[in-house]
Ligand binder design. Sequence first.
Ligand SMILES: Cc1cc2nc3c(=O)[nH]c(=O)nc-3n(C[C@H](O)[C@H](O)[C@H](O)COP(=O)(O)OP(=O)(O)OC[C@H]3O[C@@H](n4cnc5c(N)ncnc54)[C@H](O)[C@@H]3O)c2cc1C
Length: 460
Amino acid sequence: MAKYDFDLFVIGAGSGGVRAARVAALSGARVLVAEEHRVGGTCVIRGCVPKKLMVYASEFSKSFKTARGYGWTIDNARFDWTEFLRSKDKEIARLSGIYVRNLENAGAELVHGKAKLLDAHTIEVAGRSRVTAEKVLIATGGRPWMPKHLPGVEHAITSNEAFHLKEVPRRIVIAGGGYIAVEFACIFNGMGSEVHLVHRGPNILRGFDDDVRTHVAEELGRQGITVILGTQHTAIEQGKDGLVSQFASGHACESDVVMFALGREPYVEGLGLEAAGVKLNGNGAVVVDAYSRTNVENIWAVGDVTDRINLTPVAIREGHAFADTEFNGRPTHFDHDSVASGVFSQPPVGSVGLSEADARHKYGKVDIYLARFRPMKTGFVGDDERCLMKLVVEAAGQKIVGVHIVAPEAAEMIQMAAVAVKMGVTKEQWDATCAVHPTLAEELVTLREKYMPPSLGAAA
Ligand SMILES: Cc1cc2nc3c(=O)[nH]c(=O)nc-3n(C[C@H](O)[C@H](O)[C@H](O)COP(=O)(O)OP(=O)(O)OC[C@H]3O[C@@H](n4cnc5c(N)ncnc54)[C@H](O)[C@@H]3O)c2cc1C
């Protein structure tokens, strides 16, 4: 008789957990997955997917404006938020169902309820049933971080609730400068809300290339989003006509909704990690090695709960690598270098590799190639929108170490650029690629002149 009820117990049916469970189950392992909310996790239920659908919905307002410049007459275009939410929720339910079926078809079992480790091999689900497993995978993701002691914080929503608002807010204050804050600012702006984006740092999108950050901040401003930097909430009060945000700068702002997108924290609460002896780092994330193994021999962790690169494809690859290593006899670890990412702002961002500042820090001397221009489609109708394309090349070896794009479809473009960067392409090899015309992306392969910032150019 087997020593344990299951070969693998997966806690969390999100991006990382589902992939690991499926791959392990397909190898013939007996796998049980616990999910306390809905199968699909953050990405499917309250992250990437519903967010992208909201981006699509909000982009139509600009498309209608552009269409008029191309000769279209659009009468009575109206947006029905309730109808959109109904369709969105139907789609999310469909996708969640596919995840459930994929798990079942692979032969994994699913149990609903919160899982808690009682020791390294024993897990309690929903405070009732107990099972044992030889191996345990923690894939519990993250959740929005809230400043718990801020007066009036109970009035604020997070991205979780933004997907279920009863109506499009007439006025919204979004606190935060990360990609989620920026994306929602654009979403609500596109849907007609008056948007204030408030961030305590000197610029939005920390971690991205500085030219990208400045470019996006300018584009947001140009579209009518009020970007307020260098301050933060000191309180939220219920006023006569809405919520009043009080800021450290002494200013106040009234709105119908206040949304906090101030970062996310690993979701480890009530997981029983102390009982199992699993170590956390200073940020509350599970500490793992390159193979996602924790300090406890039979326990692994993947995805946002480990706070490495908090993106869906990364969680999936970490989960897959774990299952390949432990159940398919193929020791594999995911390489976190040069992971591309998109910000679905309007215009969106695509980025892979090092920012100029990080490349200078790493390599000393770098060559920069940069273009700012108006896209043909919106330039035609007199729109002032501008694109940015930037290559960062390490000077000694001429390898392209960073590609940064702010443009329509930037996230689509960066996926392909990421292949080249990951392969270690040189600028000469990149330039040998012939352009596709007329496209935005052709600018990327026709950047020949080294860029000199205006200040340096004048001095040179
Ligand atoms: C608004 C938003 C937009 C995003 N947009 C993007 C994007 O465009 N692109 C991108 O790549 N990434 C995006 N992300 C990030 C992405 O969603 C996460 O990186 C990804 O979902 C992480 O996967 P995971 O498997 O680690 O965790 P999750 O997908 O969060 O799954 C964890 C699961 O574990 C469950 N769980 C937790 N604790 C327990 C327990 N004790 N017992 C049972 N179940 C438990 C949770 O209910 C959840 O279903 C976005 C995130 C947010 C919030």
